[in-house]
Design a protein around this ligand. Structure first.
Ligand code: 5GP
Ligand code: MN
Length: 339
């Protein structure tokens, strides 16, 4: 995004507009934090702004300021599609290809509204008039901070905006520990705390609200953990029956894949989660160093993401999907032993 783009966006936003803000399907903390952070910022410019998510999101995100205004496309389809069709501007945040919005793909790709992409994933599609795409960024929330900064509006960041952006940076950086966390990230979160983000409370809201069932499910996942030492890899499976046993709700498996990566010597971790309703196995991949799970997911699991965190899906059974994972590993052994 160059100076000319910023000037054009400034001009565009100088008069009230009808704006919708959309994150990817199964939105995570960064997706909800960035869309709501931008939402609060746009309200200050007297715009009509509305966050539309493709579907629901975990309970541990349902405390963010403005969260109760979000409309969900899967349950409020007509209202969402009317807003998209009527919008002057659509911000697409934390994704870079319309298919990542599931059933919103058609209405978004047919919309005539001007589109602005703000995102930190690899290989963006070419649908946006203005594109702020940077894979080196820790999170889309960090990019929203830079975006507001480029518009010379840091003074407008209040406690609501600061809280949403802090939450998304915290979740996407694994609480500031992933490689993507820079000194700039820390300067930004310091500023967000000064502007009213209550860091201890935000951490508590996201991480210290486990249900007993969720911890039991984690126990089940850890019991299922397998290690493949020659590939420095570990994987976890969760079948639909196991999920049902512990009354699984959305978000209960978030972060579980990281336990595999926490094993000494392991540089690649996977989790395979059966979803009988969608008829897929949802896959999450995590890695250390320069081993790209984005490439692995694109090549084998219909997905993508970042170098160290990617996701994908498989349409075969849980057993067959795990067998496929094990069968492709030897080709990566050199790379995995080089990390
Ligand atoms: P997670 O494993 O937490 O679902 O996702 C990790 C990262 O990979 C996230 O940045 C997410 O946006 C991306 N990702 C997850 N699933 C998919 C997918 O099916 N396709 C693509 N392209 N990216 C995905
Ligand atoms: Mn993100």
């Amino acid at each position: 995004m160059n100076k000319q783009d910023i000037d054009s966006i400034k001009q565009l936003l100088s008069a009230p507009k009808k704006i919708v803000i959309v994150p990817h399907k199964n939105p995570d903390g960064d997706a909800i934090g960035s869309t709501l952070g931008l939402y609060h910022y746009l309200l200050k410019g007297d715009h009509q702004a509305q966050v539309l998510t493709p579907n629901d999101y975990p309970g541990f995100l349902k405390w963010m300021p403005g969260e109760n205004t979000i409309l969900k496309h899967d349950s409020q389809t007509k209202a969402c599609e009317d807003l998209v069709n009527d919008a002057d501007i659509i911000f697409t945040l934390d994704f870079n290809a319309f298919h990542r919005t599931g059933n919103m793909e058609t209405v978004l790709s047919e919309s005539k509204a001007l589109k602005i992409m703000i995102d930190h994933h690899q290989a963006p599609d070419d649908y946006a008039t203005y594109m702020f795409s940077d894979v080196s960024m820790s999170s889309t929330c960090e990019m929203i901070y830079h975006f507001i900064d480029m518009l010379n509006d840091l003074d407008l960041i209040d406690a609501n905006i600061a809280t949403c952006l802090y939450a998304g940076i915290m979740t996407d950086t694994g609480s500031f520990r992933f490689l993507s966390t820079t000194s700039t990230t820390h300067r930004i979160v310091a500023d967000l705390i000064e502007k009213g983000a209550n860091n201890a409370q935000i951490h508590n809201n996201v991480y210290d609200t486990n249900s007993y069932n969720r911890l039991q499910l984690l126990g089940c996942a850890l019991n299922n953990l397998k290690v493949i030492p020659e590939s420095r890899a570990a994987y976890i499976t969760l079948s639909q029956d196991e999920l049902n046993t512990y009354n699984f709700t959305k978000g209960d498996t978030e972060g579980v894949v990281n336990y595999g990566l926490s094993l000494e010597g392991v540089v690649l971790a996977a989790i395979f989660i059966e979803d009988k309703q969608e008829g897929i196995i949802k896959i999450s991949l995590r890695s250390k160093g320069n081993f790209s799970v984005n490439e692995m997911s694109r090549a084998h699991f219909n997905g993508g993401g970042h170098t160290n965190a990617a996701g994908g899906k498989s349409y075969s059974s849980l057993k067959k999907t795990v067998e496929k994972f094990i069968s492709i590993l030897p080709a990566y052994n050199n790379a995995l032993n080089d990390v």
